[in-house]
Write a protein that binds this ligand. Structure first.
Ligand code: ADP
Length: 365
């Protein structure tokens, strides 16, 4: 069993810098969890506490059934992969991959078998006699992964492992890491600032902001039902559009007044002030359940879609819409952007998500 559990974990650095605050998180045996959030939110600190590279200020971390707060990093049976590959330049690929095992005094035949197996899995068997300087960035990162795999750890800890690779290679390695993690079934905690990596790779995403946990959920749930405004804005690209709205009751549901326009939706919301959110991909160039009036500022074709950068007619608030590539409106022209009730998000004054319940309209009237 190699479940990883953090119970009310905090990290206070010198000068009272609170990097992680009261974090509760259980990573299940064999699970792939991606910790994501903006720079400085406490991702690396969290990972480094699990690795034993930072002390835990408050709370408890356990791996399997063992509380590891006072266990040395080398005794935790974890393997780390970093953004920098940290390969030894004077050692061949095989020597780099086997170094840890040789240091631990493992049997030479066993070491060879493990290195060969890992190299095959990573498709670097032909490179075993090469030296790091002969390898591309992507190949070096495979060697770094191989070095982690041969250790046969209880837990993989990965800190932005793909950040040094170009975009195409990064996409390819994402899939590869997922495949390897799945076939080895090793509990994995993966840190990134890139929400796309989190969305595409994770069984569950852990979202941090300012040292505090915002949400732990599968990717689709973070996208469809973000706990709060922060998660809503962080997950998804381009980011969700937000407007301040004032809601009053109307006989057809809730009437919204906002800098982006006025509309009535058949939903049940208590009157008050809210933040209204709708994703760029949920806006269409047709009136739907609700709509806002906008003026087209920039049309940016990205191949499969067009990104429209618009301003609301009322208030010149910025709006982004992601529409089909054959819809290419005139710059400066006015368009109505519609959205479905099921695609809207509402957040209260504290930024917490409000449930949106559709009213059952009867035709009897
Ligand atoms: P992330 O990985 O999300 O970018 P970090 O965990 O590196 O964030 O940092 C979280 C916070 O802790 C930041 O405010 C950072 O400046 C601070 N911090 C990180 N390492 C140290 C350190 N060794 N000493 C003091 N403050 C640190």
């Amino acid at each position: 069993m190699s479940k990883v559990r953090l119970s009310n974990v905090s990290k206070v650095y010198e000068d009272d810098i609170l990097a992680v605050e009261g974090l509760d998180l259980t990573v299940e045996d064999g699970e792939f969890v991606v910790v994501v959030g903006p720079s400085g939110c406490g991702k690396s600190t969290t990972l480094r506490m699990v690795a034993g590279l930072e002390t835990v200020s408050h709370g408890e971390i356990s791996i399997g059934e063992t509380v590891v707060n006072d266990v040395r990093p080398q005794d935790r049976n974890i393997a780390m992969v970093f953004q920098s590959y940290a390969l030894y330049p004077h050692m061949s690929v095989r020597e780099n991959m086997s170094f840890g095992l040789r240091l631990a005094g493992d049997d030479a035949d066993e070491i060879q078998r493990r290195v060969d197996d890992a190299a095959e899995m990573l498709e670097i068997s032909e490179l075993l006699d090469d030296y790091p300087k002969q390898l591309s960035g992507g190949q070096q990162q495979r060697v770094a992964l191989g070095r982690a795999i041969v250790r046969d750890p209880d837990v993989f800890l990965m800190d932005e492992p793909l950040s040094n690779l170009d975009a195409k290679l990064r996409t390819q390695m994402r899939t590869e890491i997922q495949r390897i993690q799945e076939s080895l079934g090793v509990t994995t905690i993966y840190v990134t600032h890139d929400q796309t990596e989190a969305m595409t790779m994770a069984d569950r995403i852990v979202i941090l902001n300012d040292g505090k946990l915002q949400q732990v959920a599968p990717p689709e749930e973070c996208y469809d039902e973000p706990n709060n405004e922060f998660v809503a804005g962080f997950i998804g690209s381009p980011s969700m559009n937000f407007f301040d709205v004032t809601v009053t009751r109307s006989n057809r549901g809730a009437h919204f007044e906002s800098p982006a326009g006025e509309f009535t939706l058949g939903i049940d919301v208590p009157p008050g002030e809210y933040t209204f959110g709708v994703r760029p991909e949920d806006l269409t160039a047709e009136r739907e359940g609700g709509y806002i009036d906008t003026i087209v500022d920039v049309v940016e074709p990205v191949g499969s879609d067009n990104y429209l950068y618009l301003k609301t007619t009322r208030s010149t608030s910025e709006v982004i819409a992601r529409v089909e590539s054959d819809f290419r409106p005139e710059v400066g022209g006015e368009i109505e952007l519609g959205f479905d009730i099921e695609d809207i998000h509402l957040f209260d004054a504290d930024g917490e998500r409000m449930p949106v319940t559709e009213l059952q309209m009867t035709d009897s009237a």
